[in-house]
Design a protein. Structure first.
Length: 94
């Protein structure tokens, strides 16, 4: 499962407006842009930190924080559904 697939998995179960849906999808796309072709079970804490460095170099802090919050939610959902063993974004700092 790719990050955008995970986002859709979450959206189908928990999101009821298009604005929120767009933010979850955009957050997942930032991860896929940094790591093309990545599957969610391949994302490590080290990769999440590299995503942080890259994203902070391109975006304002507010946008970065928004994406980070949404990626944490997505990966928490993945842990809950046993799609991944742990949430690599929990240790990434704001």
């Amino acid at each position: 499962m790719r990050p955008t697939d995970l986002a859709q998995h979450y959206i189908d179960r928990h999101v009821f407006n298009s604005h929120t849906e767009n933010i979850f999808q955009a957050s997942a796309r930032t991860l896929e842009r940094k790591f093309p072709g990545i599957f969610i079970d391949e994302v490590s804490t080290d990769m999440a930190e590299r995503w942080r460095t890259c994203t902070l170099g391109r975006l304002k802090v507010h946008s970065y924080n928004t994406y980070l919050r949404h990626l944490r939610i997505l990966f928490k959902h993945a842990v809950h559904h046993r799609l991944v063993a742990e949430n690599p974004f929990m240790s990434v700092r704001f």
